[in-house]
Design a protein around this ligand. Sequence first.
Ligand code: ARG
Length: 287
Amino acid sequence: SVSLLGGADAAPIVLDATPARVPTTRRYLMCEPRHFTVEYAINPWMDPTRPTDTSLAVAQWTALKETYERLGHQVEVIEPAPGLPDMVFSANSGTVIDGRVLGAKFRAPERAAEADHFRRWFLANGYQDVVMPEITNEAEGDFTWTGKYLLAGTGFRTDPRAHAEAQEVLGVPVISLNLVDPRYYHLDVALFVLTEDLVAYYPDAFSVGSQEVLRRLYPDAILATASDAACLGLNAVSDGRHVVLPVEATALGEQVAARGFEPVYVDISELRASGGGPKCCTMELRG
Ligand code: ARG
C-alpha cells in the first residue's frame, strides 16, 4: 500500500492496491473415484502400463471434498459407475449457468457414457432446463464461466462449432480460445478464473492470437510459469478468496497470495496420472 501525505494535520491517506477478496458460497458436484484407473490413454499424462492406486485416489479426492466443506461450500455427489474410470472428472460433464444446463458430448468413445449419467443426475435433482449438445463439448473442461464471458477452449477436445452451440443454449457471450500444447488439452488445465475480471493462465498453452485476446481482456492476469503448468497448477478452483490448487504449484500460490487471495494446497498426485487436478473433479452448480 502507498501512503500519501495530506496537510500537516491530515491523517495519511492510504491507497491499498490489493482489493479485499471476498469469498462467495459455492455448490459443487463431485464423483468419488471408486472405479478410478488408467486403462486407456486419451491425453499425454495417461500411461495404462503404470499401475494406479484407487484407494489413494479416493483418499485424495475425499480430502479435496472436505477442503471445500471446510471452506463453507456445499458438495453434492453423483454415484460413480463401474467401467467409467474417468467419471471422477465431473467438470467435464456439464456447464451450469443460472440453473440452465448444457450437457456434454465426449470426444473419446471410452468416456461417452458418462454424459448420460450426469444428464440423469440433473433431471433427478430439480434441473428442468437440460440440453444435451449436438456437437462435441467437454463442458467445464473447455468452458470457463467468468461471470461475464464463457471462455471456450478448442484444439484437442471441444469442437469449435460447440462454442456457438453453447452461446445459443446458455445465452452467454462466448470467447473462443485455441489450445496448442497437447499436455494442456483442456482449457481448465491452462487457465482458471479468480474473479470476474481476473484470470491466471499459462500463455504457451495458447495460440499467438488467443494470447493476444487474453492480454486484451485481462491485462493484469497472473501468468503462470512452465513448472506451475506442468503440475496442473492451473487446474485450480477459486471462490473469490480461497484458491484450491495442487501442492506443487508453489510459485502460482505465491502469485495469487500477492494479489490478496489465499492459496489452499491439496495433493492430487494420483488423479494427475490421468491428466486431472482439483478443478477437473469439481463441477460448479450455478443457480
Ligand atoms: N483422463 C481424463 C481425460 O483425458 C482427464 C480429464 C481431466 N479433466 C479436465 N477437466 N481437464 O479426459
